[in-house]
Design a protein around this ligand. Structure first.
Ligand code: ADP
Length: 305
């Protein structure tokens, strides 16, 4: 499979098909797994077909992707290539037609893929739309996961209120979602995702609907939140700058059917500030990412030949 090859060779990542790759990543993840570390995510050979026969849609084909414990990984690719489908499957909202998904340390032999319900319990998922309930106030929206877990309403509201303060939406507890700006709504939605208590977070275009400056603010803020929560993140975005600014690694997906074409290590130093996007190293990485995305658009699966 095609892989990036950077000038110094250090950014190259190759993907191998099948369970050998799972076993390899299992050993690597086990070595990294310290007590208290967040779970890693392993996706191997994931295929998805909707429907049957001539009317079927082949959405994903043999997707291979890993996120190490505590890593921030982004997935970019053209619209319709299957990014959201993949995230929904990992989140346990849908099943793959074939393949292996595990959140946590993978079994060395590739046996032990998690059923959808277990995946749902293991990760926090934030869909594209913030899904705030218009009939609940900000604090009652954020407190929902705690209430689902059986916390008394008052205690849940108190904990949610504390987190909202830390997420930069203190003082808006009793506001209705309709009264908030897009950026604030996303902060509340992310606070609610964090309050699931899960440390594998799946974020689908969280800033897609925001203007450029608000987006930049929230990206910086998300990096701080990620550091504070000590979470593993898999983020879907179509914004290459966003992917590079936030991530340790960026996967590029091709379409028809969706498959991984490349992975780029982003060795920019951390902690990152927004001015990193003006550095020569950032420009170099962006050039590589653009080339891969262009190859996908120009040639479908040509890039593998
Ligand atoms: P992306 O997130 O990259 O824009 P999607 O995951 O939304 O792409 O869609 C990938 C492909 O799968 C598209 O062709 C889409 O029409 C198809 N698809 C997604 N969900 C369904 C479904 N429930 N039934 C049939 N086709 C679907």
């Amino acid at each position: 499979m095609f892989a990036f090859r950077s000038g110094n060779g250090a950014t190259t990542v190759r993907h191998e098909k099948g369970l050998d790759a799972v076993a390899g990543s299992a050993r690597a993840a086990t070595a990294r797994d310290a007590p208290n570390s967040p779970p890693g995510i392993t996706i191997a050979g994931v295929t998805k077909r909707y429907g049957r026969g001539t009317a079927s849609v082949w959405a994903l084909d043999g997707v291979e992707l890993t996120v190490a414990p505590g890593e921030f990984v982004s997935l970019v690719g053209p619209s319709g290539c299957g990014k959201s489908t993949l995230l929904r499957i990992v989140a346990g909202l849908d099943e793959p037609s074939e393949g292996y998904i595990r959140i946590g340390t993978p079994a060395p032999d590739g046996i032990g893929a998690m059923p959808a319900r277990a995946r749902m319990a293991a990760c926090g998922y934030m869909p594209q739309r913030d899904m705030l309930l218009p009939w609940r106030t900000v604090v009652d929206n954020a407190a929902l996961p705690l209430e689902y877990r059986g916390a008394p309403r008052r205690a849940a509201r108190e904990e949610a209120s504390r987190l909202l303060e830390g997420f930069g939406v203190g003082g808006f507890d009793e506001a209705w979602p309709a009264a908030l700006s897009g950026g604030m709504r996303q902060r509340v939605a992310l606070a609610r995702t964090a309050l699931t208590g899960r440390r594998a977070l799946l974020l689908d275009e969280p800033f897609g609907a925001l203007d450029a400056l608000t987006r930049l603010d929230l990206q910086g803020w998300l990096l701080q939140v990620w550091g504070r929560l000590g979470a593993t993140v898999l983020l879907v975005t179509h914004d290459l700058d966003e992917a590079l600014y936030l991530s340790d690694r960026v996967y590029v997906m091709g379409a028809r059917p969706g498959h991984i074409v490349a992975a780029l290590e982003v060795a920019l130093p951390r902690p990152r500030r927004e001015d990193v996007i003006a550095t020569p190293e950032f420009a170099r990485l962006k050039g590589q990412l653009l080339a891969a995305v262009r190859a996908v658009r120009a040639g479908g699966r040509e890039e593998e030949r």
